[in-house]
Design a protein around this ligand. Structure first.
Ligand code: SF4
Length: 238
């Protein structure tokens, strides 16, 4: 999330210009590695603070002690469904993160890992809006990101990520329990984890459209995500 100097994005005359998002395949490798290692990403936020003022709950892990030491306890709530010690940093009535002071992050050097790993290009990659009205500022930013395609593989991989996101969104009934994430961010991340299922191999195409084929594709997505998450656990030694 945001850099440490933050004038208002909406006063910037260049706010509608395209933004270079990088070569797609290079970006995809990096985004997947950040999902595994969680070592922070390198988004060119410029003056944008959209993700810090879009009514987002920020997950903070119990081992982020330096971060937790800088956030008032009254601003944190227990994270539902996660083990004790995991907390969420909420937002104020205007949707602003309470750590935002005078347009900049007051704990930037110690901001949560969630903020360090956040990359709104995942929505541009998956062809999704960032969410409802309270995420409109992020979606405005997302629309400006433009990937480049120096090789055919850049183009093919982008189509595969978008096809994965579209398939997941349109085939909830094929997934276990008939459930898919309602959160666009989680949906985009699933597509990034499982895009390989939609990569056309040897000139062939991924067959969908019949119930049995769709269920096969959904199973392949679940398996691809399972393998991806297993590689994450391995890299963390757990
Ligand atoms: S802690 Fe709040 S203000 Fe700082 S980067 Fe994260 S969301 Fe933005």
């Amino acid at each position: 999330m945001c850099s440490d100097t933050k004038p208002n994005i909406f006063e910037n005359a260049a706010e509608h210009q395209d933004l270079p998002a990088g070569d797609f395949s290079s970006w995809l490798r990096h985004a997947r590695s950040v999902l595994i290692i969680e070592n922070g990403t390198d988004v060119n936020c410029g003056e944008c603070i959209a993700c810090c003022n879009s009514s987002q709950f920020i997950h903070v892990r119990p081992d982020e002690t330096r971060t937790l030491g800088r956030i008032g306890k009254d601003l944190l709530v227990a994270a539902p469904g996660l083990p004790k010690g995991h907390v969420l940093l909420g937002y104020d009535k205007n949707g602003f993160c309470p750590m935002m002071v005078n347009g900049k992050c007051s704990i930037y050097e110690h901001r949560p890992l969630t903020c360090r790993n956040y990359d709104c290009r995942v929505f541009a990659a998956a062809g999704l809006a960032a969410g409802d009205d309270d995420k409109a500022r992020i979606t405005e930013r997302v629309r400006r990101w433009k990937f480049s395609y120096p090789a055919k593989s850049d183009h093919d991989e982008h189509l595969a990520v978008q096809a994965a996101a579209k398939f997941i969104r349109e085939h909830a009934e094929c997934f276990p329990g008939g459930k898919i994430p309602s959160n666009p961010s989680q949906l985009a991340i699933l597509a990034i984890k499982a895009y390989d299922v939609f990569l056309k191999k040897d000139g062939g195409s991924v067959k969908t459209g019949r119930a049995s084929l769709d269920t096969e594709v959904a199973n392949a997505i679940v398996e691809a995500c399972r393998k991806f998450d297993a590689s994450k656990r391995t890299s963390r030694g757990c």
